[in-house]
Design a protein around this ligand. Structure first.
Ligand code: GH3
Ligand code: MG
Ligand code: MG
Ligand code: MG
Ligand code: MG
Length: 312
């Protein structure tokens, strides 16, 4: 593929090598009942360094996908026993879990309405057998690249570049829908607003770059302390944590432990000591925004009553 045509530029070759390196980490499931055809597709994929998993029918494919969340792409035949390719795609697309799975439909049949059927049911692309190797490789790689670009765009939209925590936009979209789900299932979702004390002094004393490094360190520690929770950077040195509540005393205990850990730690190469303050809203409100407001009022009280504390 690289050497056949000497007109390929150095940049092109580098791009292909980079693609091959990435493909080594990508698992592809091939669902195809004909063993010859399956082997052929497997070899084509392996030429491009993909990890290949095989299924002999639609039902096996579904079971494998449900078990192995690392599979990023499915190449599926149409005519297969138990569940055909079209029904398989429809089932997968009805499940939120598989929304990012790249799906390419295959069929040997002359019926050109099949490609429309596959695409309408949610497949990303379609190939008619027999196909040129080049077309197969191009479609597979293009679809994987498109999916990667989509993920990059999503990360840019949802993740704060400095701290790698969720940003405020994500908090008010996904966080709000999480909050609404908690309301309808009668579970309590606590909202914590957290703010670093006297952070301006850190910048004034050590400079902005050290301030940034402290925010990054602090965020990493937040993630370690609340690994299951949705943590967002609300603004400069303010963070919001959504914690599902098993018991009020357990939450308070976790938060108090976090405060005392922070007080004992030193941050960045300048070994800076900090404290932080927080407000907690455990009583369910009708929207996340309202709960944030309640937590924020309590944070304000924490600030005005000496800092380095939680108010709930
Ligand atoms: P308080 O205890 O009342 O919260 O005091 P504070 O100094 O932490 O609060 P204040 O709101 O007065 O100042 C927050 C500071 O955070 C001011 C701003 O320059 C700084 N800041 C906000 N975002 C960033 C950032 O991304 N990087 C750095 N280095 N500083 C930031
Ligand atoms: Mg078949
Ligand atoms: Mg302030
Ligand atoms: Mg502050
Ligand atoms: Mg602040």
């Amino acid at each position: 593929y690289i050497t056949k045509d000497s007109r390929y530029s150095f940049n092109h070759v580098m791009k292909v090598l980079d693609r091959l390196e990435k493909n080594k980490r990508i698992k592809v499931l091939v669902a195809e009942d004909s063993s010859t055809s399956r082997l052929f597709i497997k070899i084509l994929l392996q030429q491009y360094q993909f990890q290949v998993v095989e299924a002999e029918d639609g039902q096996e494919a579904l079971a494998i996908l449900e078990q192995d969340s690392a599979i990023r792409m499915l190449i599926t035949d149409y005519n297969m026993p138990l569940i055909n390719g079209y029904d398989l795609v429809r089932m997968l697309r009805h499940n939120e879990r598989f929304k990012d799975l790249v799906i390419i439909g295959l069929s040997a049949e002359g019926d050109s309405s099949l490609s429309a059927k596959f695409i309408k049911s949610g497949a990303n692309d379609f190939l008619k057998k027999p196909f040129y190797h080049e077309e197969f490789h191009c479609r597979v790689n293009h679809n994987i690249e498109a999916q990667e670009m989509l993920q990059t765009i999503r990360d840019l939209a949802n993740i704060d570049p400095l701290t790698k925590l969720y940003n405020r936009r994500f908090l008010f979209t996904e966080g709000e829908s999480l909050y609404q789900k908690s309301i309808s299932s009668d579970r309590t979702l606590a909202v914590v607003m957290l703010d670093i004390d006297f952070f301006k002094r850190v910048n004034d004393t050590h400079g902005h770059l050290i301030g940034d490094a402290l925010l990054t360190d602090f965020s990493m520690h937040l993630k370690k302390s609340f690994p299951e929770e949705m943590i967002s950077r609300f603004g400069g040195e303010e963070f919001c944590i959504l914690i599902s509540v098993e018991s009020m005393s357990l939450i308070v205990e976790r938060l108090e432990r976090f405060l005392s850990d922070i007080k004992e730690m030193t941050f960045t190469e300048s070994e800076i000591c900090i404290t932080c303050s927080g407000g907690l809203c455990c009583e369910m409100q009708s929207t996340l925004s309202q709960a944030i407001e309640v937590a924020d009022e309590r944070l304000y009280i924490a600030k005005n009553t000496g800092r380095d504390r939680f108010v709930y």
